[in-house]
Design a protein around this ligand. Structure first.
Ligand SMILES: NC(=O)c1ccc[n+]([C@@H]2O[C@H](COP(=O)([O-])OP(=O)(O)OC[C@H]3O[C@@H](n4cnc5c(N)ncnc54)[C@H](OP(=O)(O)O)[C@@H]3O)[C@@H](O)[C@H]2O)c1
Length: 254
């Protein structure tokens, strides 16, 4: 059970953030957490949902193309009047129970585009604004535990996210002189629309109830998006101003 802790109410006052995947699940929770602490936030995805924070400005974008990423960065910077925080939470995975050879080539490309290249392209497009921030700009990228412990049915997703983690470390070193920090959170199973669908597919294939998967996690349950948002908010904040190139596992001990 998630029990909220105290947060600093004005911690992000005056800060401007772009959160991809902000229409639902983890991205929406991150956006909400930043807004609660005073940030101005643009959320993005292909389609807004009931879960998309009403206090954010939603900009529709398909991040599988360079043009989609570039246009989103331009519109977000224009909307916010600059940019201090970029959270790359957009991601997607389809489960292929027949294993890696059954994953079509087009889906490998799709997976690289949304789970890896979207963050590269968006970062490149947003970089001038982040450099101008003068405010201790921060990038937080969302990865997955299967990037470190690959599972065959989602190998395309695991490999793309592993690339994201490697990229993030190199980027952190490259941007440190400009005062821009880059960190990764690597997640275990978190209850979100996309995450739960994947876990259910795997549980069904194993002929086991979803609850059995949850009880296999040392802390005995799946994660709550708000628990991820708490860590992302910390890494994006000045409380983490000497933390860069870090990769934080958030997984209930899995
Ligand atoms: N939940 C978990 O257990 C878990 C574990 C490890 C890592 N993660 C990572 O956490 C992040 C958030 O996942 P989630 O669990 O919140 O998943 P989710 O509920 O499926 O949300 C995914 C978000 O990404 C957006 N998205 C997907 N394809 C897109 C595209 N082509 N262009 C732009 N946006 C796109 C979705 O909106 P649209 O579909 O409308 O575009 C949605 O906002 C992802 O990067 C995921 O890989 C999740």
């Amino acid at each position: 059970m998630y029990s909220p802790t105290t947060s600093l109410p004005d911690e992000f006052a005056g800060r401007r953030a772009l959160v991809t995947g902000g229409s639902r699940g983890i991205g929406a929770a991150v956006a909400r957490r930043l807004i609660e602490a005073g940030a101005a936030v643009v959320t993005s995805a292909r389609t807004a949902t009931e879960d998309t924070p009403k206090e954010s400005t939603f900009i529709a974008a398909d991040l599988r193309s360079e043009a989609g990423a570039r246009q989103l960065a331009e519109r977000a910077v224009e909307t916010l009047g600059g940019l201090d925080i970029l959270v790359n939470a957009a991601g997607a995975a389809r489960v292929h129970l027949a294993g890696p050879a059954s994953i079509p080539d087009a889906e490998w490309q799709d997976s690289l585009d949304i789970n890896f290249l979207s963050a590269v392209r968006l970062t490149n497009a947003a970089l001038p604004a982040l450099q101008e921030s003068g405010n201790g700009a921060a990038i937080v990228n969302i990865s997955t535990g299967v990037a470190k412990n690959p599972q065959a049915p989602v190998l395309h997703y695991a490999a793309a996210k592993a690339a994201l983690a490697t990229y993030s470390k190199g980027l952190a070193n490259a941007l440190a002189p400009a005062g821009i920090r880059v960190n990764v959170v690597t997640l275990g199973p978190v209850e979100t629309p996309g995450g739960t669908e994947i876990m259910q597919t795997i549980a069904d294939a194993m002929g086991a109830p979803l609850a059995a998967m949850a009880s296999g996690i040392p802390l005995g349950r799946f994660g709550d998006p708000r628990e991820v948002a708490e860590a992302v908010a910390f890494l994006a904040s000045t409380r983490a101003q000497w933390i860069t190139a870090a990769d934080l596992d958030i997984n209930g001990g899995q």
